[in-house]
Ligand binder design. Structure first.
Ligand SMILES: Cc1ncc(COP(=O)(O)O)c(C=O)c1O
Length: 394
């Protein structure tokens, strides 16, 4: 077993312990490994190598993969062309390149939700500041005015971009209503600030009506990020940006700085996989699998933590659960790990000092076996009620 040092942030603690034998992990948002299309990917890899040495030469990004992505974007209600698609090494590199593209060297502000995907912080320079600008939802009719004020953030320092997840938010698990999407895109346009839209869970929606991304509403101001990590496999490191045409050449220069823009072997594998396997079938399969896990977690929460608050996610991998009975969830994680269950404390995602985030947890249902979800939630519930009793029962 790996030792947990108090110095390490909760995310790293979770990473280090999630593979311990017997550990039930609701920590990281890993896609379920047993659902990876192993045979098909092996065939696709062989085809790439059989096609000859030029396939592993310095090369331009795979054009046919861009054609596939244009078709995929149509499924998301977005019309774009191949010359607006820029291939990246996963969504994370997309974020990094867009941060470099949109931030100035002298300091910038980035507007996010009150809690946000921590990988954003890692791509920002030291002079960038993050502030909570985007509300969870629009409730009252005058909220659009308040949204506009919040986006300005009361500061004259330049606003580099807004980072938004309109579908399957990580960590909130929320999908924006149409009114919120329209207001956000409208206000950003009015303030002439770009939106970086992270849509890594956009294809994993579990209801009958799939919400379109913000990019479907605005082709000029929204930079869209997609990824094959959750749809095919993350270690392939293939993702994409849909950006206004004028930004593509600059993105290419930025990407050359990190990998010469030739992560083309993995692009070839994904492309060949998509050539011979209809993506829609895979997406339907994944939706069914993850929907069942989502439902199992919802049932387990109702059973074990009825006093807590959460919204059942209609997309993505996460429940955001808040309960005064948790106490401080960073402290709760320490005892949870001792009882073989992992989650991420809400404060790990916080853009503010809101004490409510200390009473919250993010629970990922994506990679825990469905038959163990009830047991894992039961363990967390027992800990918050009576940590001593649980200790003695082991
Ligand atoms: C919101 C969000 N953005 C980006 C990423 C990184 O994805 P990729 O593997 O495509 O780099 C993740 C991974 O979990 C994520 O949850």
């Amino acid at each position: 077993m790996t030792d947990i040092s108090d110095e390490r942030p909760p995310l790293q603690q979770a990473l280090a312990r999630s593979r311990d034998p017997g550990m039930l992990s609701f920590g990281l948002g890993l896609p379920a490994a047993e659902l990876f299309p192993m045979v098909e990917l092996r065939e696709a890899s062989e085809a790439v190598f059989e096609a000859g040495p030029l396939n592993i030469q310095y090369n331009a990004p795979v054009p046919r993969l861009k054609e596939h992505i244009v078709q995929m974007m149509k499924l998301r209600g977005v019309s774009c062309t191949e010359d607006e698609v820029f291939l990246t090494s996963g969504a994370q590199q997309g974020l990094s390149l867009l941060a470099q593209l949109l931030c100035s060297s002298t300091g910038d502000r980035i507007g996010v939700n009150e809690v946000f995907y921590p990988g954003l912080r890692q791509v920002l320079g030291p002079s960038a500041t993050i502030f909570a600008a985007i509300p969870r939802e629009l409730a009252a009719p005058d909220d659009v005015r308040r949204l506009r004020e919040a986006l300005k953030g009361g500061s004259s320092a330049s606003l580099a971009f807004l980072y938004a997840m309109s579908v399957g938010h990580n960590p909130l698990g929320l999908t924006m209503e149409a009114r919120m999407r329209e207001a956000l895109v409208g206000c950003a346009k009015e303030l002439q600030v770009s939106i970086v839209e992270d849509d890594v869970y956009g294809f994993l929606q579990y209801g009958a009506d799939a919400a379109p991304p913000l990019r479907a509403l605005d082709a000029h101001n929204v930079y869209y990020i997609g990824s094959f990590s959750k749809l095919i496999a993350p270690a392939l490191r293939v993702g994409w940006i849909v950006a206004p045409r004028h930004a593509i050449a600059r993105l290419s220069v930025l990407k050359e700085g990190s990998d010469l823009d030739v992560a083309t072997v993995a692009q070839g594998i994904v492309c060949r996989y998509l050539d011979s396997h209809p993506l829609m079938e895979r997406i339907e399969f994944l939706r069914k699998q993850y929907r069942a896990r989502r439902d199992a977690m919802h049932e387990a929460l109702l059973k074990h933590l009825p006093q807590a608050q959460w919204t059942r996610p209609s997309a993505g991998f996460y429940f955001w659960v808040e309960s005064a009975a948790f106490g401080n969830t960073t402290a709760l994680l320490k005892s949870a790990v001792d009882h073989n269950v992992i989650f991420i404390p809400g404060s790990a995602f916080s853009a503010t000092d809101d004490p409510r985030h200390d009473l919250s947890v993010r629970l990922s249902f994506s990679s825990c076996p469905i038959g163990s979800i009830d047991e894992g939630i039961g363990r967390i519930a027992a800990l918050q009620r009576s940590p001593v009793a649980l200790h003695t029962s082991h």
